[in-house]
Design a protein around this ligand. Structure first.
Ligand SMILES: [Zn+2]
Length: 72
């Protein structure tokens, strides 16, 4: 049974032990063949560090999250 493949929901990069890579490169690194079946099965959506950082900046600028942790 294959492991779940984490795919960034924003930029579609795929997580590998060597970091987040473009899909074709990542599937090759993971030893998964790039067939229609393997492209759709065992996928879970996540977010890569680059997109996480970008979203966080957007949320700051939109005021959706406080600029600094609340300090009581
Ligand atoms: Zn991403």
């Amino acid at each position: 049974m294959a492991d779940l493949i984490s795919e960034c929901a924003w930029c579609n990069k795929v997580k590998t032990p060597a970091g987040w890579k473009g899909e074709t490169q990542a599937l090759r690194a993971l030893g998964v063949d790039n067939s229609a079946t393997s492209r759709t099965q065992n996928r879970t959506h996540g977010i890569c560090p680059a997109c996480a950082a970008m979203l966080k900046m957007q949320w700051y600028s939109l005021g959706l999250i406080p600029a600094a942790p609340a300090c009581n």
